[in-house]
Design a binder for this molecule. Structure first.
Ligand code: KIV
Ligand code: ZN
Length: 536
């Protein structure tokens, strides 16, 4: 049996595999804010990125390694293909972290060997120990993944794993890269590895999986029953295609059904010790932060973090819940940090009260960012009577974390109505502070604003998503707008909140355009789709 830490280790890959979702790209400040929140959430490992991808990715992993974690905090991990150049870059990026890990991988399925790597099984068997040893020369903690393991020949997989462990890998990860497997098959695969790899007791068995058939979480739970003790997952389940296994679903399944899972850990079923180290009360805040910064909107019926996930929140079965919560609720909303949306501040609240509440919410802002957030708070307090924690979160995530802005919005004015052609007047400035104003007519007010912004910025793009939702209830609520633009086959998202949804749309559009412009001079490598060039 594989090494058993006595509980499940949570390996968060939101910043690596999650960021591979189209349109989810994050800048350095945003990655840092998410990593800091993941540390507060209590994950065991943060996969901070793929340092070889670009200078920007390297810098982000390095900053996270410098600033997040510490001796007691999460391990900071970087991804590297099984090549010396990747591994060296990863080692350099994670080097400032007190607890660090190199995660290296190569594909093991015949389909990947033939069509992607163009390598024989024998060649893979030679590369694996060499690259694991090379990674070990930089870091004691090395994880090795067999990409597309779920579609690999198990006998070949056993050989690869045995060599990786003999070369020093302390964690062996089994990915279902294309989301193909089913729970019982995945459980059998993990049990087969436990039975057939002679040195498996020297490593922790980990699983990684995508949600193409909607089975990722179920597959992982079956893997846990068969000895997997590290789960690789993302907040809100974001990731390529249908995403990765969702962290919040796994953690809450292990929390709510602890009595069921305990015996698989050799414990009595009523043992109260949690099966993960995650602080569940931080789940909602982490989910919102990731959604706001990536522009990946959470579907309302999403388990644990969707707006309708809790009966009393969505107004469903109110009567039964009021009589006895247990009638329709298996999780108390407070367990995941869904508080009663405390009204924290109002028009008369001062700067220190705003700072104090933001600190309580986990936002430790620089002086400059706090000034900006306070100005936004004052502006909002003039228009909205009560400012809730959700409002504060919207202000901070939207205003403070934006990428180095090339375009800034100065004025939006719209006339529209039954008897008018929607017309927008918009003023923006570029990075040299030059102001420009234009007027455009559209099919509606938002269309008119976007047309005006297109005229002013001359950045060709296609608007592919526009969504509005309210942050809190009530007629004076902030409206949150998420916009996605496509340019040159790439997707860029922008997010903003304002009591005026047209203003929020204009700002979200500018934010997406700024990301588009910022990406223009950046070349990035995809860890799984791009082939290793200068091999080994
Ligand atoms: O899906 C996958 O196989 C991966 C590996 C790089 C772990 O993301
Ligand atoms: Zn993956």
């Amino acid at each position: 049996m594989a090494k058993d830490p006595g509980r499940v280790l949570i390996f968060d890959t939101t910043l690596r595999d999650g960021e591979q979702s189209p349109g989810a790209s994050l800048n350095l400040e945003e990655k840092l804010a998410i990593a800091q929140q993941l540390a507060r959430l209590g994950v065991d490992v943060i996969e901070a990125g793929f340092p070889f991808a670009s200078q920007g990715d390297f810098a982000a992993v390095q900053r996270i390694a410098e600033q997040v974690g510490g001796e007691e905090g999460p391990i900071i991990c970087g991804l590297a293909r099984a090549s010396k150049a990747d591994i060296k870059s990863c080692a350099d990026a994670i080097s400032p972290a007190p607890r660090k890990r190199i995660h290296t991988f190569i594909a093991t399925s015949d389909i990947h060997l033939q069509h992607k790597l163009r390598k024989t099984r024998k060649e893979v068997l030679d590369i694996v120990p060499e690259m694991v040893q090379y990674a070990k020369s930089f870091s004691d903690d090395v994880e090795f993944s067999c990409e597309d393991a779920a579609r690999s020949d198990p006998e070949f997989l056993y050989e690869v794993i045995k060599l990786a462990i003999a070369a020093g890998a302390g964690t062996i990860n089994i990915p279902d890269t294309v989301g193909f497997t089913t729970p019982s098959e995945f459980g059998e695969l993990i049990s087969g590895i436990n039975k057939n790899v002679s040195n498996i007791d020297e490593a922790i068995l980990s699983v990684h999986g995508h949600n193409d058939l909607g089975l990722a979480v179920a597959n992982f739970l079956e893997a846990v029953k068969n000895g997997a003790r590290q789960l690789e997952c993302t907040i809100n389940g974001i990731g390529e295609r249908a995403g990765n296994a969702a962290l919040e679903e796994l953690v809450m399944a292990l929390h709510v059904r602890r009595r069921y899972f305990n015996p698989f850990f050799g414990r009595d079923s009523d043992n109260p010790t949690p099966l993960t180290a995650v602080r569940t009360e931080e789940i909602t805040k982490t989910s919102r932060l990731v959604s706001n910064l990536t522009g990946m909107v959470v579907q309302p019926n999403k388990a644990i973090v969707g707006a309708n996930a809790f009966a009393h929140e969505s107004g469903i079965h109110q009567d039964g819940v009021l009589k006895n919560r247990l009638t329709y609720e298996i999780v108390d909303a407070k367990t995941v940090g869904l508080s009663d949306n405390r009204i924290s501040l109002g028009k008369l609240s001062g700067r220190s009260a705003v700072r104090a509440r933001l600190e309580e919410l986990g936002y430790d802002l620089t002086r400059e960012d706090l000034n900006e957030a306070f100005a936004r708070f004052k502006d909002l307090a003039d228009r909205k009577r009560e400012i809730t924690d959700r409002d504060l979160e919207a202000i901070v995530s939207e205003q403070v974390m934006q990428p180095e802005a090339r375009f800034q919005l100065h004025l939006v004015q719209v006339s529209c109505g039954t008897a008018l052609k929607p017309t927008a007047t918009v003023t923006i400035s570029d990075q040299d502070g030059r102001e420009q104003t234009t007027v455009a007519i559209g099919t509606g007010p938002v269309d008119a604003v976007c047309k005006a912004l297109d005229l002013l910025t001359s950045e060709p793009n296609e608007l592919i998503e526009f969504s509005v939702k309210s942050v809190t209830e009530g007629i004076d609520a902030l409206g949150e707008v998420t916009i996605k633009l496509r340019h040159d086959g790439m997707i860029f998202s922008g997010h903003s909140a304002d009591t005026d949804v047209v203003v929020a749309a204009a700002q979200a559009y500018i934010n997406a355009l700024n990301r588009l412009v910022a990406s223009k001079n950046k070349q990035s490598i995809h860890p799984q789709h791009d082939v290793v060039k200068a091999n080994l």
